[in-house]
Design a protein around this ligand. Structure first.
Ligand SMILES: NC(=O)c1ccc[n+]([C@@H]2O[C@H](COP(=O)([O-])OP(=O)(O)OC[C@H]3O[C@@H](n4cnc5c(N)ncnc54)[C@H](OP(=O)(O)O)[C@@H]3O)[C@@H](O)[C@H]2O)c1
Length: 277
């Protein structure tokens, strides 16, 4: 058994996180969502949740084979889904992504910017320039550019729309080893608020989720390092990590009409971890 599996067994009362029980089948009828970084992990869970609630979903990731596997899992659940290979930092790939949504489903109502990377786990002053550049390129610049590229299509609907950015609890500067990554996520929080302000009168709500530790491949470095894992769980009042669907549930709420009067918010889903800057 891998160390990661051993650590997972320490999660408290898994019956509490067994999955969403009350999924509406039609909350997103007639809506199209583009979700970045969605072949596995949190992005996939968001695509699955929106799809199960009637949304047409367009997914992407760097590797076509991962997109294909995800698409087949979604389609097996009768979700209307399309997908493309897209590296979020590549302008041509980004164009391929939103054009796929337009070609397959005729428009875009919801944009979920989920991709995020942390090329080096180290305190901020130990980060190399190339690592800093990659972090800010993928976590901040590319989400910003794609939001601007997709915006005209959301506006074209004339009935508003939604944008959602996936940040991190580390944006609040509380995890020393997540140096540059935390700074990029903090900037993403500010970007959320600024875009939200600019689009408020267009009836486009723009929000952000700051997750704590979630069981995905991204978090493997934490799950596989006992010191990191214990530090993280000990600073989480709920004393457990999240399953991806727990973030997807929050995302589904924020991009639904149930959240029609919420904009510019950073919603922390981190088991009670401190979120003061
Ligand atoms: N997991 C956590 O504990 C945690 C906590 C706080 C915040 N977050 C944030 O939540 C978001 C999702 O994290 P996750 O844990 O689900 O990550 P993950 O397990 O690494 O999954 C990332 C997804 O994005 C794709 N991807 C990676 N780089 C990409 C790129 N440059 N362009 C397009 N697609 C790309 C991956 O597929 P390919 O490999 O095929 O590209 C995969 O589908 C990130 O923004 C992360 O910062 C995660």
């Amino acid at each position: 058994m891998s160390q990661s599996k051993t650590l997972k067994k320490t999660n408290k009362d898994l019956s509490l996180v067994s999955g969403a029980k009350y999924i509406s089948k039609n909350r997103f009828d007639g809506k199209v969502a583009v979700i970045t970084g969605s072949s596995y992990g949190i992005g996939y869970s968001i695509a699955e949740r929106l799809g199960l609630e009637g949304c047409k979903v367009v997914i992407c990731s760097r590797k076509q084979e991962n997109v294909d596997v995800a698409l087949s899992k979604l389609k097996k659940q009768n979700i209307q889904a399309a997908g493309v290979q897209c590296h979020i930092s590549n302008a041509n790939d980004r164009e391929k992504l939103y054009k796929k949504a337009l070609e397959e489903f005729g428009g875009i109502n919801i944009f979920v910017s989920n991709v995020g990377v942390n090329p080096k786990i180290c305190p901020v002053l130990e980060c190399q320039e190339s690592e800093w550049d990659k972090t800010f390129d993928v976590n901040l610049k590319s989400p910003y550019l794609l939001a601007k590229e997709i915006l005209p299509y959301i506006k074209r609907n004339n009935n508003g729309g939604k944008m959602l950015f996936i940040s991190s609890i580390s944006a609040f500067g509380n995890i020393t080893e997540f140096g540059a990554y935390s700074v990029s996520k903090c900037a993403l929080n500010a970007l959320t608020k600024l875009i939200a302000g600019q689009l408020a009168e267009d009836n486009i709500q723009v929000n952000c989720i700051a997750p704590g530790l979630v069981d995905t491949p991204f978090a493997d470095a934490i799950f596989k390092t006992a010191r990191f894992y214990e530090q993280t769980i000990n600073s989480t009042p709920m004393r457990r990590y999240a399953e991806p669907h727990e973030i997807a549930g929050v995302a589904a709420f924020l991009v639904s009409d149930d959240a029609s009067y919420i904009t510019g918010e950073i919603i922390v889903a981190a088991g009670g971890m401190s979120s003061r800057l």
